[in-house]
Design a protein around this ligand. Sequence first.
Ligand code: PSV
Ligand code: MN
Ligand code: MN
Length: 391
Amino acid sequence: MIPVSDLTAVRRALASHEIETPSWAFGNSGTRFKVFAQPGVPRTPEEKIADAATVHRFTGVAPQVALHIPWDTVEDYGALASYARDQGVRLGAINTNVFQDDDYKLGSVTNPDPGIRRKATDHLLEAISIMDATGSRDLKLWFSDGINYPGQDDLRTRQDRLAQALRETYDRLGDDQRIVLEYKLFEPAFYATDVPDWGTSYAHCVELGEKATVCIDTGHHAPGTNIEFIVAFLLRQNKLGAFDFNSRFYADDDLMVGAADPFQLFRIMYEIVRGDALHPDRGIAFMLDQCHNIERKIPAVIRSVMNVQEATAKALLVDRDALSAAQSAGDVLEANAVVMDAYNTDVRPLLAQVREDAGLDPDPMAAFKRSGYQERVDAERVGGEQAGWGA
Ligand code: PSV
Ligand code: MN
Ligand code: MN
């Protein structure tokens, strides 16, 4: 493990790490079987931002909140951005939604009907106008497009339609804006998805240009996929733009990141550290994309942020000199031991110290509980909104 004398750099790295929270994590959500409504859930985008700001107040590392359009539709996005600023946070990625309209039954930008393709592409362009008003950098694209049966539509033509819509969208981006293109193996399409994997996303991004990068949603792979390999590969190509962090036991479970497989999260964060991509200046957005169906939402997001911090702290503790010496010597067991030593370190005291240095309570979960915020919003907010999922 890294010598104690080098811990200053580790502390500094941890203090500057930023995690972006999703507005929809604070609303009611569920599965297709049932949405269990909770008291105190936000009724408006402003209230979702207030909850995200609360997470930031207790963790100190979540200064940005992502919006989902149309779930977070408002009249004046500039005013929403200044509301967020007043709360102590910024508006982050604008997530597009071309999956919750009857017109999109056979696809959005890959639909065989040119009128529906136009409608979907117009939504993407409108999202860029929202970014102009909010000052957001990232346009997050996820397409539910795909087909359920062999022969239902032409696989290759659908790629052409996708490329065309992406090109039009890309050409509308401002100088400081970019596309982050998410992939997903299956669901809602069950036979073939139009952007099913990182390779497809990567190829479209390369074709588009340098303002297009891949978004890795950790829940969107086949079981057993080596996600840290994807991270290493994309970083090497300068094509990793963002994460949608969550964890899964089976498919796209959207559970709290680090809950199902903290070791995988550590391995991912090690590749980030190895690729020198942790600092916000490096342009990787570490976003959460989660739904809290049965647990209270604000503390679940606080816990998720802490889980990412713990994995990151362990990744930073890997003794990279010792690791590369063992690797060069072909010492398999020693190399593995160096990595495992870091993973098996209890980093909670280190993170408590980092928080105290930043003037925060060392235990954000306990501090949130004591604050009375939950009780206050439970009493104040009557008739909270559904997040958009699980209707
Ligand atoms: C799709 O499963 C997805 O991961 C996309 O990011 C959506 O925009 C998001 O879920 C909404 O939670
Ligand atoms: Mn996602
Ligand atoms: Mn998902």
